[in-house]
Structure formats: structure tokens, C-alpha cells
Design a protein around this ligand. Sequence first.
Ligand code: F6P
Length: 517
Amino acid sequence: MNATDFAAMKQAWTRVKQEAGRLAHAPLLNLFAADAQRAARLTFAAPRLTADFSKQHIDAQGFAALEALAQAAAFDSWRAWLFAGDVVNTTEGRSAMHWALRAPDPPASVREARAAMAEFAQRIRPEIDAIVHLGIGGSDLGPRLILDALKPLRVAGIEVRFAANVDGADVADAIAGLNPARTLLIVVSKTFTTQETLANAAFVRAWGPAHLAAATAAPRKAAAWGVPEANIFPFWDWVGGRYSLWSSVSLACVVALADGVFDALLAGAADMDAHFRDAPFAQNLPALSAALQMWNREALGHASYAAIPYLERLRLLPAYLQQLEMESNGKRVTRAGEALARSACAVTWGAAGTNAQHSFFQLLHQGVEAIPVEFIVNAGAHEGPPSHRAKVFANALAQARALMVGKSAAQARAEMIAQGMNEAEADRLAPHRAFPGNRPSTLMALDALTPQALGALLAFYEHRTFAQAVLAGVNPFDQWGVELGKEMANALLPVLELGASADLDPSTAAWVARLKT
Ligand code: F6P
């Protein structure tokens, strides 16, 4: 399986670069002036999600060049193989069927696992008032985000605590003040070998929680560790860790959210699956967004982008996206093992607005480099005081507008003089109070913060990540880059704990000597 024509991709990139060269420094406001339909033309819809790319340095011709790149990269074939359950994870010999976990008509094993979780939720709720969820990476970030995002839909009387870090403070906090006789410990680990999770699990198990469950693709290991077989909820090696929140990895969500909420999340994701699977590239939101990510990263040279949800309930989205995007596409060789000519993804970072406006937005507005921003808003009903809703929108729209419009030094100077400042002082301050503008952003709107819309949003990001990998020619489903550090940590442990000797570089040896004492 390798329909990707790397030579054709190289040619397609030449055209993409030419188009990008035409638009890289074009004033965004001029692009709007030249095309009265620009805002509408560059706004695209998918189930429960709308994205406006009109404040990006791109136009229809730029997207056409990216579509040619997608054709050279065999995007349609890779997408079909993904949904056929073919082995798209070529370095590990696996399919990537996370979409099957939320399919309206799933495989029998998935249906049984869902039913078992729902039945367990009914049985366990009266027995507990707390859940301690232990996992890390893909076994942590998704469920943590879901429970935070859908907090108003939680069942009453069950607190959920998470611990991921092997810094013992995390797990100590997770059990502090809880009653073990009323606590369910869920150990979540695809491999059931992850050092941090097993260390935390051993500590919490010794504390004596009344109930023990596991979510894993290695059920025999979980049983050997002591989880009762009836409480082991499986998932499968065709589910990548960072794509696993739709599985038993989210058992805590099934228990702690009201009945039907998790199913609604799955249904929303399934709608996005259908859109991504069926829509042609030119109307396919995850594919277009992936192409734009590549355009910004490699054609225009933006090394990072900021994801800024203007929803407090999505404050954990940037951390989730960091693993999804950078663990998937932080690669340096193609699927064929050749050195990549260009990066497959940018650095993902961000935090919730409006808070972020009062910290790093200074750099977004006046730093030397332009950094694309992805604003995410909730177009539906908001919680809390009704008067806050317009304020959230005013802030999100104003930030996108300020990034684009900017303010010249002359304008800043004139404003200061109009306010009564003398000319010399206005001259001195004008460069500090000027904004370069012409900085790109995308605005995405969820139709509401419902379980369905959250499911659609997370599936959108999964498919965007996959589509980006196809455009770059990499395998997004392996993560060999995390292995070397793990191996070295395992080798260093006996050196630190037992004083074993090891052949270390001088810097590490000096730190071992310092930290042992
Ligand atoms: O270290 C990376 C990683 O393998 C992630 O891909 C994964 O989500 C995480 O560790 C946890 O792995 P596991 O679920 O097997 O404990």
C-alpha cells in the first residue's frame, strides 16, 4: 500500500510554494477588498462546526494548489484505506479503526464493550462517591477533557480525580481526602506496561480502594496485576493511544456522566466521520484545514500555531491537541523511510481565551514573528450570566480583527496627540504602541457545547491530523520517538535507586551523583 507519488508531490509542492509566495505578504484587507465574497467563499461547514479561513493568507487558487498536492499524495486512497480498516499504520502493521468505536453500526466486539460499560455504570454508581482514573498520554488527556468540557452533564455525587505524572504529588493529590471504601480505581493503559501508570496504580491499590477496574488492550496483564476479570474493559491494538478516548479508556466518563451522554459524543463524532469520509476535498473541512496547516507550516514558514478556545470548558483542548498532533506528525522521515523535505506539523500550543489575552497575546500581536491563531467559539447557548456571552464573542472577534488590522505607528502617534500628548513624547512612544497587523487566524464555531458537538470537534481534529500526515507523506499512527527516553529512564532507575553502575555521558553522570545524595 503506497499509492503516494512522491515525485508528483514534489512537483505539486513547487506550485503550492509559488501560490504561497504570491500571498505570503499580501495585506489580508486587500484580499477582502479584491473579493467581496471572500468571507463567504472561505467559510466551510461540517456537522456542528463552521470554520472561517478568510483571515488566512490563502485564496481559492491557493486551495486549488493544495488540492493538487492532495491528489499527488493519494489522499482519496488513504482515506478509503483508513475507513476500510486496511493497514494504514505501516510501521506497526496495524489498521487505525478509532472511527469504528463510534460507528452507528459497530463491530460486535465494540457493541459488547459499550454495553458492558453502560451496565457497569449502573451497577457501580450506588457503590461509590469517587473515581480515581490513572493513565497517561492518550490514556488520560481525552477523558480528562471530556469530563471537564461536559461538567454540567455529570451525575451528582461522584467526584473524578486524575493522576498521570510519576511525580508523586499528582497521585497523592488524587486520593487526598477520599474514602477508599467508596472509591473506584480505574487503571487505564493500552499496553499495561507504562511505568508512570503502574507506579501510580500500585500506590493507589495499596491505599485500598473498594473497587478496581481496568481499560486496556492487554487484558491478561491487567488480570495478572489483580483486576477482577469482570471489571476489565477491553480495547484493541487497532486503536492508537491518542485516538482511544472513544473506547473503554473513557470508562470514567461513562460512569460519571449522565446516561446517554457518552453515546451522544460518539454519535457526533460519527457524523464528522461521515463528512470526512464522503465529502470531496474542496468541501471537506478536516482535509481543507489540514492543507491550510501544511500551507502555514511549510509554504509560509510558520513554525507554530496557537489553539485558543474561547470556552472555559475547553481549556484542556490545547494539551489534548499537543499529543494528537505532535505525537502523530512530529516525524522526520516519510512512510517510505526517506528524510522529509519539510516538516509534517507545526508546534501546537495555546490556552483558553480570554485568559490568554492577559498573558502571551502580547507576543502574538507585537512579537517579531507572526504566529497563526485558531480561535474556537461556542455559537450556541452559554452557561452563567447571560450578559457574558456577548463579551466572550467581542473579545474573540476583536483579537482576530486586531491581529489582521493592526495599527500603524502614524495612527498610534495621531491618537496620542489627539489625547493631548506632546509631539516629542508621541514620537518616542509610537513604535511601542504600533501593531504590524496582517497576522493570520482562523475562527471556528461550534454550534453549541453539546456532547454531539464535542464529539464532532474531536473527530475533526483526528481527521485533520490524519489528512495532514497524508499531505506530508508520513505515518501518523506510530510514535517511536517516545521510546529512546523510556529505555534510558528504565536503565537509569537502578543507577539512582540501587547505585548500579552504568556507562553514562559526563553530564548525566554528574546529575546522577548530585541527585543520589
Ligand atoms: O509514551 C507514549 C505513549 O505510548 C502514548 O502514545 C500513549 O497514549 C501513552 O504512552 C500511554 O500508553 P499506555 O496507554 O499503553 O499506558
